[in-house]
Write a protein that binds this ligand. Structure first.
Ligand code: TYM
Length: 326
């Protein structure tokens, strides 16, 4: 039996190269080895204000994007979280077994809560919903970017404490973080991660950005006052640009450093813009094609949700039994 992989992504028209290099690309590369569950987490999106029509459109667009980056519905269950009712049900049950202090400690909660004028309870419960997502499928591996690591560790803690009390109900999942690209940085402020909620549009390269936008954003990227073009983690701006070059070309670091030896930051930015544009071109073409046929996307989502519901219901029923429901 193939081991199971589960990961999720929020529906938004603004997925960026951080999402791609930290997560989606690895999902696609490794899909043949595993049984995969890739979930468009519309319930998670509700933890911050959303426009209903935009949320609905973004959910279908994310399905197109996941297929455009290379996920193949023959190997992957690509589905929408709210289409499988067990996700909401499991979240409630796990809420009753998760200490409040564990949730209050989550760094993403603290960051996001600070930015909202009024914080909804769902924002605090966000990692519990996420734990339910993972645990419903007896997931072995959860490939994510660095910012989700703490949440996956919480899912492990919840699974372990539940199992300690009720027997081996859950598979305890492992987090998988890529060695390079787990934290793509903001182009304007390279000490912060690249994020879809950033107000500064120049800070983020979106997967659907035009070649001109990509060139413009990279040319403005913050660097430093030194000259050498070297992979030096103490120089976050240049390090981030070089990492992007490495990830988009697959060239070894030494080869990249010698390619740009004696050249200026402008040359690096120009060269990088071209490899990013070329790297995103096939994905953008597939995306455009897929969004022309929403009926096919809807069929894929519906079929996957039906298959996932069977698996998820079984786990939910097991949990309900051991805690005294039913
Ligand atoms: P989301 O939608 O914010 O991000 C999707 C994936 O992209 C990764 N990522 C990054 N990787 C590298 N550099 C960056 N700057 C960067 N920004 C984002 C994220 O780490 C993530 O892997 N809560 C999750 C979705 C979720 C989930 C799950 C994930 C819901 N349930 C269960 C795993 C398992 C989220 O909002 O991801």
């Amino acid at each position: 039996m193939k081991k199971r992989v589960f990961s999720g992504i929020q529906p938004t028209g603004r997925s960026h190269i951080g999402n791609y290099l930290g997560a989606m690309k690895h999902w696609a590369n490794d899909q043949r080895e595993f049984e995969n569950f890739f979930c468009i987490v519309d319930l998670h999106a509700l933890t911050v204000p959303q426009d209903p029509a935009e949320l609905r459109a973004a959910t279908r667009e994310m399905a197109a994007m996941l297929i455009a980056v290379g996920l193949d519905p023959r190997y992957c269950h690509i589905f929408v979280q709210s289409h499988v009712a067990a996700h909401s049900q499991m979240a409630w049950l796990l809420n009753c077994f998760t200490p409040l202090g564990w949730l209050e400690r989550m760094t993403q909660y603290k960051d996001k809560a600070q930015k909202q004028v009024s914080v909804m309870a769902g924002l605090l419960g966000y990692p519990v919903l996420m734990a339910g997502d993972i645990l419903l499928y007896h997931t072995h591996y959860v490939p994510v970017g660095d910012d989700q690591k703490q949440h996956v560790e919480l899912a492990r803690d919840i699974a372990q404490s539940f199992n300690a009390r009720f027997g081996d109900v859950f598979t305890v999942p492992e987090v998988v973080i890529p060695p390079v690209g787990a934290r793509i940085m903001n182009l304007s402020e390279p000490t912060k991660k690249m994020s879809k909620s950033d107000d500064d549009l120049n800070s983020t390269i979106l997967l659907l950005d035009t070649p001109d936008a990509i060139r413009r954003k990279l040319m403005r990227a913050t660097t430093d006052s030194e000259r050498s073009i070297l992979f030096d983690e103490n120089r976050p701006g240049i390090y981030n640009l070089l990492t992007l070059y490495e990830l988009f070309t697959g060239e070894p670091r030494a080869a990249i450093e010698s390619r740009f030896a004696g050249k200026g930051y402008g040359d690096l930015k120009k060269g990088l813009a071209e490899v990013v544009i070329e790297g995103l071109r096939p994905l953008q073409a597939r995306y455009a094609e897929l969004t022309r046929d929403p009926a096919t996307l809807d069929t894929i989502l519906r079929d996957s949700a039906e298959r996932c519901a069977v698996i998820a219901e079984k786990t939910l029923t097991d949990v309900q039994h051991v805690i005294g429901l039913r």
